[in-house]
Write a protein that binds this ligand. Sequence first.
Ligand SMILES: Cc1cc2nc3c(=O)[nH]c(=O)nc-3n(C[C@H](O)[C@H](O)[C@H](O)COP(=O)(O)OP(=O)(O)OC[C@H]3O[C@@H](n4cnc5c(N)ncnc54)[C@H](O)[C@@H]3O)c2cc1C
Ligand SMILES: NC(=O)c1ccc[n+]([C@@H]2O[C@H](COP(=O)([O-])OP(=O)(O)OC[C@H]3O[C@@H](n4cnc5c(N)ncnc54)[C@H](O)[C@@H]3O)[C@@H](O)[C@H]2O)c1
Length: 477
Amino acid sequence: MAEILRPDLCVVGAGPGGFTAAATAALFGAPVVLVANQAIDGPWRSAGAAASAALSYAGAHVRAARDSAFLGMGTSTARINHPRVHAHVQRVVAASVAEESPYRLAALGVRVLQDEARFIDRRSLLVGETTVTPRRFLIATGSEPVIPDIPGLADIDVLTDDSILDTTHHPERLVIIGAGRTGVTLAQAQRRLGAEVTLIDRGPALRREDAEIAAFALAALRQEGITIHERATIKRVEATRDAKRVDVETEADGSIVVEASHICVAVGRKPTFGGLDLQAAGVATGGAGIALGRGSATSNRRIYALGLASGEGADSHFAAHLAKDEARRIVRGMLFRAAPAAPVVPRLTMTDPEIATVGLSEAEARARHGDVRILRAPFAQNERAEADRAVAGEIKVVLTRRGRILGCAIAGAAAGELIIPWTLAIAEGLTIAQVSRLEMPTLTYSAVSRDAALSFYAPQTRSRWVRGMARFLRLFG
Ligand SMILES: Cc1cc2nc3c(=O)[nH]c(=O)nc-3n(C[C@H](O)[C@H](O)[C@H](O)COP(=O)(O)OP(=O)(O)OC[C@H]3O[C@@H](n4cnc5c(N)ncnc54)[C@H](O)[C@@H]3O)c2cc1C
Ligand SMILES: NC(=O)c1ccc[n+]([C@@H]2O[C@H](COP(=O)([O-])OP(=O)(O)OC[C@H]3O[C@@H](n4cnc5c(N)ncnc54)[C@H](O)[C@@H]3O)[C@@H](O)[C@H]2O)c1
């Protein structure tokens, strides 16, 4: 039966961003409608981060089993049960989806409508037979994979970063097009699960990471047997009778052909709006997505857009925690007319070794502050890393000349945890002197952070003046 709803806020899209926006507004007592075009507790709801972490976990276990030959244990030829791996991925996705269940939303008083949504004019959205005319809308419809314009690609079956996580097929020979965070993470997991993997990128691999820090992860990938072609051009792909053929112009080896059982495309994401009909709503779009003004408002001041939906974040702000943070800020801006400032947010890439970053990169800091100081400490000098056979890695801290912390990048075991105190330090404007006073327990990876902080004083220990002072004070006993 046709129904008209008039909530304060209508959120379209129930990914991490949309869910958080709906829950936040409801917590402050606002009447909210959330529109999900899929069952929000359904098995296929977007959960890329959870699925890829589950696959990486499976890969890490296979790797550990194979490595156990080092201790004389006989599992160096671990066999993989692919349906069980898939079941594990599905379980993790289900658990992450359950965290954001419709029951939690219902308990908060959010009305969930499950259907395709379409604007019918500047103030109204049609969802099935229900019309929603709220005070404000938030579009949080997320993203979809970009399919690159490569001759022949449109004529063959390809996997994407979405579908590969959902497939029960085990790719035997896998070519991944695009060696960004997604491609590299998938490559390592699939290699560990037994695939022959070739990564092809038209630019440098892991281009969004500090090159010095990314090198640790890329070295691990190569050492595990993954072929990486950087600055390579794919001329054509085609399906032969029993394989897929990729013609590549490489820097190192000239023209080569790579044969694959599967090709996966991981060249980035673009905003998606389903059949929303933004034109009917008077929402202006540009090349990259929706054009946004203050507080993430669109050209229709009743309608706001989140993260990738706006196209703004397509290149640098794509992570579930960033979508959630942005959702909270947009909603608080709507409700209280003043949004909190953007916090300092760390990033984590789930390769092994992990890569975690926060604040400015070395290049950004040099461009903004001119003269900067860089501190480094290797995992190779850390006892815990030695014991765990996880010595590949480095911490790199970027400072102003006077010691204010501007950024930190870490490659190594537990990098995602190690980055947290550096995030706090940057958020609170701490200096390296303050961090260097933190003592870390022996046999923790955190001792690497302390080593980096203490190295700030290395030039002083070599200073003639300081040494002279120490000599002078010795005269007094
Ligand atoms: C392979 C992969 C690995 C990733 N790894 C990580 C990681 O390690 N760490 C990390 O932080 N992030 C990771 N991410 C990114 C993370 O998944 C996204 O940043 C996050 O999902 C973005 O949330 P969102 O709410 O903006 O959009 P989405 O999660 O895309 O949700 C949008 C929702 O809106 C729905 N929708 C679309 N159109 C309509 C419509 N017309 N009506 C109603 N509903 C609609 C969609 O079906 C979808 O459910 C990864 C992503 C992928 C694909
Ligand atoms: N842990 C995380 O937070 C996480 C994990 C995965 C993805 N992400 C984010 O998701 C977004 C998308 O990630 P992504 O890795 O898909 O995209 P990306 O843009 O980071 O990397 C895509 C890569 O594909 C390459 N490429 C583009 N067209 C190509 C072509 N025709 N041939 C060969 N190579 C080509 C690019 O040079 C680039 O290196 C990014 O913003 C990323 O930061 C985050």
